[in-house]
Design a protein around this ligand. Sequence first.
Ligand SMILES: *Cc1c(COP(=O)(O)O)cnc(C)c1O
Length: 383
Amino acid sequence: MLHTSYIEISRSALEHNLNFIRDFINENVLYSSVIKGNAYGHGIEIIVPLEEDLGVRHFSVFSADEAYRVKKISRANSAIMIMGMLDKEQLTWAIENDIEFFVFNWERLHHATTIANKLGKRAKIHVELETGMNRTGFPLNDLPHIAHYLKQNIKHLSFHGLCTHYAGAESIANYYRVKKQMRAFNRGIAKLKQLEIVPRLFHTACSAALLRYPATQMDMVRVGILQYGFFPSKEVLIDYLTKTKRKKDPLHRIISWKSSVMDIKHVKTGEFIGYGTSYFANTDMKIAIIPVGYGHGFSRSLSNQGRVLINGQMVNVIGMVNMNMMSVNICNTKGVKKGDEVVIIGKQGDMKLTVASFSDFSDQINYELLTRLPSDLPRITVV
Ligand SMILES: *Cc1c(COP(=O)(O)O)cnc(C)c1O
């Protein structure tokens, strides 16, 4: 193995999660798999073919570079949708390649029309409405003007979708704000119907919305975090467990992160371990050196805090996490040898280190921790 650590992706866990989500989605709702952020750190190149094998045919990304990566490896009949960044040059590529994209300002709408005209191809657009998140989207008041423009340019623009995004459906604290957004979006739908122009799809729901506000599912759901085996927040998980009278998180984690012991060292009482003075050996100690550090996505804030699994036991990180290495305390772990497997995220024997426990220590949310996993770590598929 050329790399000091690697990531395993479980096909069966992914299949389990997709089935769980499908049970939740109303009939005839299109499933769009959100794979921005390198598929939430799991790896676009590994997730897309696995999901295609499992029947997924629509993928949502943030930007043109991600769309390009999906295009390179996906099946001809898989659709790709860009929800965010796309500049003028990339628009040409997107339209040429039938990439769908969000349009949230007049500039992009005008460019899309001009380029589509030049290419003799229709641009597949999703008009994004500003309903209260105050990030991207046309104000509702623009709808009559937009409807008129779309009708005039029907030869160049294919009205694929009308969409919006909720500002925190994973937290009950945002209940009124989300409800207000839902009402605003519904006013948008009514307005379009009144103007006699409707898109192929209305879509608004992310993971939290599809679970907590089923009415948001409409014609398509854009699902990210759930498919990777995580509830969007503890609140959504607890809400789900309460409503279904279940006791256990029904999702399976699909990612594991593993490395191996690089070296073992004995340290005498009274010595400091690693950089500086953050860890003092009160007693004679045995430590293992792991070739993983903050440069690989193992946060420095896990210094003296993090844990990993070795020989089926949980061991503590001691001293500072370095750029490429960290030390763990193996005083109470018998028989550790150089080359032994180290689990940073995942299972070993009866023990498990979840991304959530990991996030708790480093004060990161699941989404953040996952997407920080370096894209150049090797990723392999396991059962
Ligand atoms: C990220 C994102 C989603 C998916 O969110 P999850 O909480 O991961 O399901 C859906 N829609 C948009 C516009 C997004 O940016």
